[in-house]
Design a protein around this ligand. Structure first.
Ligand code: TXA
Ligand code: MG
Length: 335
């Protein structure tokens, strides 16, 4: 199959809507990462998503929507949702709610809950509005690999498995959404760190939010995890990563000029270090948003260039830096 790249304009959106309505799977951009989308209420279409990604059937999908009337078709909407919905939707927040029967069990991997998100990117909203569909869409990468933040990332890793991708250029945020569990409105919990932080959610909700992010040692088994996709090894490039804390790499001796080895700083290092071969940085001046936007392209680029080992510097902790470091820890995990 040769993948078609639709331009991010009205015609592209119309073509994508036609394909989705006929039951096909299409990759499309959001403000976080590209998603692999299908009609969420059509089980056969959603099954294709699992096949294409080689995703285990125990790992549920996020359903994207654009209106509250659509949302109330698939989920029981608790009162507290209003507080976060008003503040962060449309945007990079996914909320787990109790599901209604309309959602196929395949989509929620048999759970009684469904993860929902209203994306902010104009192109994604246009597809949702024009098609009138609810769209199940996990990140458009093979299971376990790095999420795509550009149309050519989708082509690179799924080009021979899907028919088309809508090109929305580079994703503005570049990291997957924060996942907030509101199945028990009394006990909100973050299941995946992301662009919206714990403090912001606590302020909006007016109550404490627990952190239930899976730790580094839970192994490969999806079952029993709160957000089963957040395995210790995930977002994982082929290259072997050794992580350093923020600021550390400038102060230590690093291997230079070794075949198959690269060094990645969080921000542009001192001049003589920046001029070394096989040296990269996530941001020019230490801007965390810029680093988040560049992260997945950089990890993919290291694989493309065939590096085998990399020393990589983490983001300074706090806020978005914690979400970047979460992805880095998973990218570096051995299993
Ligand atoms: O930013 C994003 O969220 C992107 C864009 C495309 O929207 N999507 C994304 O989807 O990252 P995915 O499938 O790669 O990650 C979704 C995560 C998985 O870890 C999955 O296990 C978890 O959400 N999840 C989905 N439904 C769930 C549920 N009912 N309960 C708990 N976790 C759930
Ligand atoms: Mg994913």
């Amino acid at each position: 199959m040769k993948i078609r790249i639709y331009p991010g304009d009205d015609d592209g959106v119309d073509s994508v809507c036609r394909e989705l309505k006929s039951g096909k799977v299409v990759a499309l951009p959001t403000e976080t990462v590209y998603g692999l989308a299908a009609d969420a209420l059509r089980e056969n279409s959603c099954r294709k998503i699992f096949d294409i990604k080689m995703r285990p059937l125990v790992d549920p999908l996020i359903v994207h929507f654009h209106s509250t009337s659509q949302l109330s078709k698939i989920a029981i909407v608790p009162e507290v949702l209003g507080r976060v919905g008003e503040e962060f939707w449309p945007g990079p927040l996914t909320v787990v709610l109790k599901k209604k029967r309309a959602v196929p069990d395949l989509v929620t991997a048999g759970r009684q809950s469904v993860a929902v998100r209203m994306p902010a990117l104009g192109l994604a909203r246009m597809v949702l509005e024009k098609s009138g569909l609810l769209l199940a869409a996990p990140s458009a990468n093979p299971f376990g690999y790095v999420s795509p933040t550009r149309a050519d990332h989708v082509v690179e890793s799924l080009g021979d498995k899907i028919g088309s991708v809508l090109d929305g250029g580079e994703c503005e945020i570049g990291l997957e959404s924060t996942i907030l569990d509101l199945t028990d409105p009394e006990k909100p919990a973050i299941l995946r760190l992301g662009p919206i932080g714990e403090k912001e959610l606590e302020d909006a909700l007016g109550q404490r939010v627990a952190l239930k992010v899976t730790s580094q040692n839970q192994g490969k088994n999806c079952e029993g995890l709160l957000a089963p996709g957040t395995l210790s090894k995930h977002y994982s490039p082929r290259v072997n990563l050794t992580l350093h804390s923020a600021g550390e790499m400038e102060t230590i001796r690093l291997p230079y000029g070794i075949q198959g080895h690269a060094n990645v700083y969080f921000q542009r290092p001192r001049h003589n270090r920046a001029a070394q071969p096989d040296t990269f940085w996530l941001s020019e001046g230490g801007d965390t948003k810029e680093a988040a936007r560049n992260l997945f392209e950089l990890l993919r680029n290291l694989d493309r260039r065939g590096y085998r080992t990399v020393n990589l510097e983490k983001a300074p902790p706090g806020g978005l830096g914690d979400a970047i470091n979460d992805r880095l820890l998973r990218a570096a995990a051995k299993s």
